[in-house]
Design a binder for this molecule. Structure first.
Ligand SMILES: [Zn+2]
Length: 104
């Protein structure tokens, strides 16, 4: 049994658990309620993989999830006018071009 993921945001842990459930990987959330029981305590929800054999596959799913969310927060360069925008914007602050018109 190995811990795969821990986050102060239980929503992230829950999202990852959903993905693992769909992938057929047995997993378990611990400390789920610790955060609300002890505000400010350094106990974050943890996601544990029950079978060590599943850990590599589970890591890939986690990386996909985390990689996607951090990528979305990176700043990006407008394909239309070249202005740099913050990651939370989905369109250019200057000319309004859609971010999805980017290289992807
Ligand atoms: Zn632009």
């Amino acid at each position: 049994m190995k811990m795969l993921f821990s986050s102060p945001q239980s929503a992230e842990v829950g999202l990852l658990k959903d993905l693992l459930d769909k992938a057929g990987i047995p997993c378990e959330v611990r400390n789920e309620n610790a955060y609300s029981n002890f505000p400010g305590a350094a106990f974050y929800p943890e996601l544990w993989i029950l079978n060590d054999d599943d850990f590599a596959k589970a890591s890939q799913i986690r990386d996909t999830l985390c990689g996607t969310s951090s990528e979305n927060l990176d700043s990006w360069v407008c394909p239309a006018c070249g202005e740099k925008s913050e990651g939370q914007f989905s369109s250019c602050w200057k000319c309004g071009a859609d971010r999805s018109a980017d290289t992807k």
